[in-house]
Design a protein around this ligand. Sequence first.
Ligand code: GDP
Length: 424
Amino acid sequence: MPAAIVVGTQWGDEGKGKVTDYLADQMHFVVRYQGGNNAGHTVVAEGHLLKLHLVPSGILYPHLTSVIADGVVIDPGVLLEEMDTLAGLGIDVSRLLVSGNAHMIMPYHLELEKVTERHLGKHALGTTKRGIGPAYADKAARIGLRIQDLFDEKIFREKLDVVLKEKNLVLTKIYNRLPLESECIVEDYMGHAQRLRPYVADTSKLIHEGLRAGQNVLFEGAQGTLLDLDHGTYPFVTSSNPVAGFALASAGIGPKEVDRVIGVTKAYVTRVGAGPFPTEDTGPDGERLGEVGREFGVTTGRKRRCGWFDAVVVRYAARLNGLTEIFLTKLDVLSGFPAIKACTAYLADGETYEDFPPHQSLFHRAEPAYEELEGWDEPLGEAGSFGDLPPAARKYVDRLQDLVGVRIGVVSVGPAREQSLPVP
Ligand code: GDP
């Protein structure tokens, strides 16, 4: 297993942190490849319940090198805070590596995101307001500052002055805000530079050398496929590419290195923020999924919207990512429903669509065609093997596998590492 990619197949929060945790023992590197501190992996390990926003969840393992790759955007202050929290829990952060090519989130990104979201009013995207979108926008506009700029104060000042002039004009003239002081930013970021220096490395080279030496690399995405900037439900998406293909571009690794693409799929669906969601259930069933599944955002505390499994979405994700297998999470949350619904296709304008609609308007109008499956009452958390699950639960898993057309390799029935049942 040289390199494996773990990718969410829905709208995020599928439980990717748990999968990384499950596979970590076999790995040498865990590489975070996109997003910023808008992710929220929850990991239960060694008696700690950890909420990681930016640091790869591989940090919990002393044998692993954790990498933040080029394609991530980093708020250095937030990164250092997270490292301090981990160190405070006795977790060794010395094996964290950060790419010098990663772009930085700057104070004006946070400020601008706040005012632009407010300006959009009812059309607001519902972003996490961490400055991630504006940082990616500046990267594309080629006015971003990168981690490596921290280590040349002259260059840092030059780049900052150019960009801050424009940002301050926007802040003051358009949004009527106070301008930001260049000197304060320089002071803060130079302070971060001192502390971050030991962690910054040529991560692409190190991963490449690891692979050549027969080591295993796990790429860990944040968010989910339907939030992909290119392939998701634009504009209600994230500002980077969670799809598996981006792991390679981000880390600077060729496609031939990867032999497993593991789709993390929740046994139902959740979504945070605005945007279409055909199988959303706003009635008591959705409410119950949210309560039992504890569907609140790790980063924002926002309540997630909940609904039934959508095979159209997961088939689409299987195609976009080239999934080799699925890790099905949160099956335990479905215990106690007399019947469980699964969406097999969409109905729109008198037609049936089995594939994800290529036009957004069609997706907005899509009504789910449901199949009803038998529920089960038993709690699943104590099951020691897949065979211990009630027949109806096993049947549900089999049916999802048929609907999606990808092998379900492991079924998860609780947050702990042991609550992962390989499917024979
Ligand atoms: P991620 O961002 O994809 O890692 O997902 P989150 O961490 O936001 O959400 C997953 C949440 O579900 C975490 O609180 C996990 O501990 C929890 N979780 C993961 N797998 C299971 C499972 O099989 N059952 C239950 N009940 N909780 C799970």
